[in-house]
Design a protein around this ligand. Structure first.
Ligand SMILES: Cc1cc2nc3c(=O)[nH]c(=O)nc-3n(C[C@H](O)[C@H](O)[C@H](O)COP(=O)(O)OP(=O)(O)OC[C@H]3O[C@@H](n4cnc5c(N)ncnc54)[C@H](O)[C@@H]3O)c2cc1C
Length: 413
């Protein structure tokens, strides 16, 4: 069994975190890793993995304990997800979309302001979603991206919802919708069209779970990407799709509050890549020691250049882990400026360093290490996708860090 990415004693993990990460590591090594090449080769969705994750309770990891789940908070989730990302990036990334549908509507909303009656209604409604997950193994996705500035947080979503008797009618289009055709519910962000308001407003963002087989929902487009091929992130089109009020994952206005008051919620894409960074390092050690299963026991560790490269990788990995752990550990409502700058720096670091570590692993291990029969070239391709994920792409993190480090609120030149 691999050593934990974050040793429970060294990083002072809670007993729950230690148990969840150990379970994820065991599951990842024995169930996810042997299947990972197949999803990648076929660009097919890891349905079997989801059945197994339902069986072992991982689909309900962030559902509150009193509602039947494991009750993992933000940090416990991130640490567990990193262990899964180590063994299958596409499964960990899509699982993240699913889990956020419960983390954001669960523990995170407890930190937000709501009228008591609205909160009671939210808790009642989310139970319907949670029961489907726990009882039936229902899988939720998060198609937010539309190809414009909305998923970057710069504009209202162009996908709209208009109130109709008993629910909403949705129209719009989402791109890069991971789990397209495979999730049971698409948790979309859209803008409510309100009477008298001409312009779409981010304040009117709704978060609605659209059943996969609802009338007017279609999946379109090819899916043959560089990496993260098992995510099956095709496009979704919504044409006059009716959903009931019960489809709401959050009350009106709450997503906007969450996005502005709990910004670390956008770090949840990073654990997968923390795991990939660790996996690239692990592979390099095993390979240079001549211990990779199925390969001839040829040692390459005695060459000083390889030792230097491994040392540099280790330094980069430790830097990445330390910053990421700190940012994940301090997540919470209404963080100060320093905390947000650190979160952006951590996101940028993980996404860029995962790709850099995988590239360095290939150069260091050598030609035979990048054959398709080994996982390293998949790690390299999957790692490259991390920096592209909105709203905190590597570019946008740099953009915001530079601006906010130099300007206080309200300052202009
Ligand atoms: C494997 C994979 C899986 C994905 N899964 C999902 C998913 O499940 N759900 C989901 O919602 N999305 C998903 N995405 C999409 C992802 O989050 C991005 O939305 C997508 O990669 C953006 O592609 P683009 O070509 O439109 O990028 P870009 O052109 O980089 O960005 C899109 C828009 O964002 C704004 N923007 C970008 N950079 C800047 C900047 N520096 N300054 C100001 N504005 C900027 C601009 O308006 C730009 O037009 C996935 C992506 C990948 C690669």
């Amino acid at each position: 069994m691999d050593a934990p990415i974050f040793d429970p004693a060294a990083f002072r993990l809670t007993p729950q975190e230690a148990a969840l990460t150990a379970r994820a590591r065991e599951f990842g090594a024995t169930v996810l890793a042997p299947r990972a090449a197949r999803w990648d080769r076929e660009a097919s969705f890891p349905t079997e993995n989801y059945r197994d994750m339902h069986r072992n309770g991982l689909l309900g990891i962030c559902i509150p304990r009193e509602e039947g789940g494991e009750g993992a908070d933000f940090r416990a989730y991130c640490l567990t997800a990193a262990e899964l990302g180590r063994y299958c990036g596409a499964t960990a990334l899509t699982w993240n979309m699913h889990v956020c549908s419960t983390l954001w509507t669960g523990a995170l909303t407890e930190d937000l302001e709501m009228e008591p009656a609205v909160r009671a209604e939210h808790r009642r409604r989310r139970q319907g979603h949670y029961q489907r997950i726990l009882r039936d193994g229902a899988v939720y996705s998060q198609p937010f991206s539309e190809g414009g500035a909305a998923a970057a947080g710069g504009a209202a979503f162009g996908t709209t919802a208009r109130r109709a008797p008993g629910g909403y009618v949705i129209n719009g289009r989402k791109i890069f919708a991971s789990l397209a055709g495979h999730a049971d519910y698409y948790g979309i962000l859209c803008t409510e069209l309100t009477e008298g308001e001409e312009k779409l407003s981010r304040r009117n963002t709704l978060y609605l779970a659209v059943p996969r087989d609802a009338s007017g929902v279609t999946v379109e487009g090819e899916w043959d990407p560089l990496g993260m091929r098992g995510t099956v992130s095709r496009n979704l089109v919504f044409k006059d799709v009716f959903v009931e009020e019960e489809a709401a994952l959050m009350p009106p206005g709450l997503y906007f509050q969450a996005a502005t008051r709990w910004p670390h919620m956008f770090m949840t894409l990073s654990p997968t890549y923390m795991g990939i960074a660790q996996a690239a390092y692990d592979f390099t050690i095993a390979y240079l020691r001549g211990e990779w299963p199925g390969m001839p026991p040829v040692k390459r560790r005695m060459y000083p250049t390889k030792q230097i490269a491994v040392a540099e990788m280790r330094v980069m990995l430790e830097q990445t882990k330390a910053l990421w752990f700190q940012a994940v550990a301090e997540a919470g409502p209404d963080p100060g400026k320093e905390g947000v700058l650190r979160a952006w720096a951590a996101q940028h670091t993980v996404m860029e360093n995962a790709a850099a570590l995988a590239a360095k692993a290939i150069r260091t291990c050598g030609g035979q290490a990048m054959l398709k029969s080994l996982p390293l070239e998949r790690l390299y391709r999957d790692a490259r996708c991390g920096s592209l994920m909105l709203p905190w792409t590597a570019e946008l993190c740099i953009d915001r860090i530079g601006r906010d480090a130099l300007y206080e609120k309200g300052e202009t030149d």
